[in-house]
Design a protein around this ligand. Structure first.
Ligand code: GYE
Length: 352
């Protein structure tokens, strides 16, 4: 898909953007407009000298929050790739898990007439109105990491992120093979799931992907699915509750590593072990360094990778759009499945 826009008209230099930011701060002081604070504007000062203002591509980035190790790595990746040195002026906003805050950020980006809007959508529903506003303003929207559920696909230009359904299915297939290898594929298996943010494409996709494999096995009993909000604290609290409710759990699926760390705290306090030689099977997602160490130690049985390092691909796609090239509607990151067998190959290179 090619993006047609008149360069001179759409581009704003970093000084102009900083000025606009200043204006929004002043306006927000009047109580009628919520703009960005200076600390939320990210530029790489050192590189500014080498680029002329007009050459920078302005990007408004609405990050959904900072709930997990994964999220911090994703934010860092985008900031590093969309640096002034690489030709970008990045305006960063952290929505702290509130879709309403994401709408405000997008509207502010529109009023600042940025060249591109990048959104990590906290949940998948409810985007039609604000994306229509961006479309009417002629600003291309790129979805990063999580996807949205809209009928009209022209509301966004492209998606760059992970295949959550495939991740969930990979976890299910691993469990299938593991039970088979251990000669217990006919035994009743009780499964609890600590889910991420309800209604996020990560939660929906991983739940459906795993569920599709579970549906093939009448003996896999889904005992409970509970919202652990993708955080360590909520993961611990949720695991404590599930341990009080069920005393015969065989498999614990945590839809991200932070919740797995929380669950492990709760399990540890209850004197319950996990992993190949433990009391319960533990499955997690993300593939953070700390989790890979636990895979190596045999505490987590399997960790399905979710790759947060999407900044370079995002930058590449924006450059392609700038050149009027066609870009794919969906761009998935490459992802692996980590077990004790292969983890040594990857652990040292983890940057998150
Ligand atoms: O798994 C979790 C994060 O959307 C894929 O969000 C992402 C998920 C990731 O908070 O750690």
């Amino acid at each position: 898909m090619g993006i047609n826009k008149e360069k001179g008209f759409w581009k704003i230099g970093y000084k102009a953007a900083a000025l606009l930011t200043g204006v929004t701060i002043l306006l927000s002081g009047c109580g009628s407009f919520t703009g960005f604070s200076v600390s939320e504007v990210t530029t790489n000062e050192g590189d500014i000298e080498t680029k002329s203002d007009d050459a920078l591509i302005s990007v408004g980035f609405s990050q959904l929050g900072s709930e997990s190790t994964w999220r911090s790595a994703n934010t860092e990746s985008v900031k590093a790739s969309l640096s002034t040195g690489n030709g970008f002026f990045l305006i960063f906003d952290n929505a702290r898990q509130k879709q309403e805050k994401q709408f405000k950020a997008v509207r502010s980006f529109i009023s600042q007439r940025v060249d591109y809007i990048v959104i990590c959508p906290v949940i998948q529903e409810g985007w039609e109105m604000v994306l229509t506003e961006a479309k009417d303003a002629g600003i291309p929207v790129i979805l990063l990491d999580r996807n949205i559920a809209v009928n009209d696909e022209s509301l966004y230009t492209t998606f760059v992120g992970e295949d959550m359904y495939a991740e969930g299915a990979s976890a299910g297939k691993w469990l299938e093979a593991y039970l088979e290898e251990n000669g217990i594929s006919d035994k009743d298996i009780n499964i609890v799931v600590l889910e991420g943010t309800t209604g996020s494409s990560a939660q929906v996709g991983r739940t459906r992907g795993f569920g599709a494999i579970a549906a093939r096995h009448m003996n896999w009993k889904m005992q409970a699915s509970a919202n652990g909000e993708f955080t360590q604290a909520k993961g611990k609290e949720t695991m404590e509750r599930l341990l009080r409710e069920f005393d015969d759990i065989d498999v614990i699926v945590c839809q991200n590593d932070d919740m797995a760390f929380g669950a492990l705290e709760a399990l540890d306090e209850a004197g319950i072990t996990t992993g190949e030689d433990g009391d319960k099977i533990l499955i997690s997602f993300d593939g953070t360094k700390k989790a890979l160490e636990l895979v190596k130690e045999g505490v987590i049985n399997v960790d399905v990778e979710c790759n947060p390092n999407s900044g370079d691909l995002l930058a590449q796609i924006i450059h392609d759009l700038e050149e009027g090239k066609e870009v794919e509607k969906t761009n998935y990151m490459e992802e692996k499945v980590f077990t004790k067998e292969n983890v040594d190959e990857y652990i040292d290179d983890r940057n998150y």
